[in-house]
Ligand binder design. Structure first.
Ligand SMILES: [Zn+2]
Length: 282
């Protein structure tokens, strides 16, 4: 079985929307098995030194994202996590570029454009989650999709898109059936992205590795699994591109935890570990 075939299979598995929680767990386990099996047979490579990772701390400038109960802003937390991830990746020999190194506004389209222009092998957008359900906590990793996995994912995509929303989300079944949507321009936009099947499949594998790595950390869980939603910042990616929500700022306990330097360093290191695992398996 070729390397491409294995990765393709993993991406295909990961790219499907799980219908139930049990299926989600099974799907995740399948993906882990495929990737673990591959990592055990891969040949050593020194090519990773040339590989570039683009890390994207969400929001910035006048857009602060969510807040925890103490008013600590998402943009501050995710920047610290991205800096920690950069340190860990650089220590492993990867080249790393951040879409922002400080508290400034960067357009969503410019973030992925930077990764495309520089020929990045992986793009990770880092965010903190928010929910009106204050008990909700845990880690989620997203890949781009025209349709959201569920209502929660769709609501989140609208929040993270900062007004640059896809106005109307098409039903997933429209992919095969050519269903008509009110906003055909958005549909064409999204479908043109999904034609880049290689990037889409690799995104599934990257999402799996990042989710598995961050989701098992103390204080971050539970792992809420892989999801899909129409995130503007992932649109147009020509490489593996994911968005990770490292935890819920709206949860009092998890929100306070995420504001600590220990948690930020742990999240950054875990993201780097997941990215590294993905890149070595390519
Ligand atoms: Zn965010």
């Amino acid at each position: 079985m070729s390397k491409r075939h294995i990765l393709g299979s993993a991406g295909w598995l990961c790219g499907r929307r799980p219908r139930t929680a049990i299926q989600s767990i099974g799907l995740r386990a399948s993906c882990v098995c495929v990737l673990v099996a591959w990592s055990q047979v891969r040949a050593p490579t020194d090519a990773r030194a040339a590989e570039l990772v683009v890390l994207d701390p969400g929001h910035g400038g006048h857009l602060s994202g969510a807040q925890n109960a103490d008013g600590v802003e998402e943009k501050t937390i995710v920047l610290a996590i991205a800096l920690a991830a950069r340190r860990a990746l650089a220590a492993d020999g990867y080249r790393v570029v951040l879409t922002r190194n400080d508290d400034r506004h960067v357009e969503l389209a410019d973030r992925i454009d930077l990764a495309n222009r520089k020929g990045a092998a992986a793009f990770v957008s880092i965010h903190g989650n928010f929910s009106p359900v204050s008990s909700r906590r845990g880690v989620e990793t997203y890949v781009l999709s025209a349709a959201a996995s569920d209502e929660t994912s769709l609501t989140l995509a609208h929040l993270e898109n900062e007004g640059e929303v896809f106005d109307r989300i098409v039903d997933e079944d429209a992919f095969g059936g050519g269903a008509v949507d009110r906003d055909q321009a958005d549909l064409r936009f999204i479908l043109s992205d999904l034609v880049r099947m290689n990037a889409h499949q690799e995104s599934g594998a990257l999402a799996l590795n990042v989710q598995d790595s961050v989701g098992r950390l103390d204080g971050f869980g539970p792992s809420r699994g892989l999801r899909q939603a129409p995130f503007r910042v992932l649109k147009g990616a020509r490489m593996a591109a994911v968005l990770v929500e490292v935890g819920y700022l709206s949860n009092k306990r998890q929100g306070a935890f995420l504001a600590t330097q220990n948690a930020q360093n742990a999240a950054g290191t875990a993201i780097a570990r997941g990215v590294g695992r993905f890149l070595r398996a390519r």
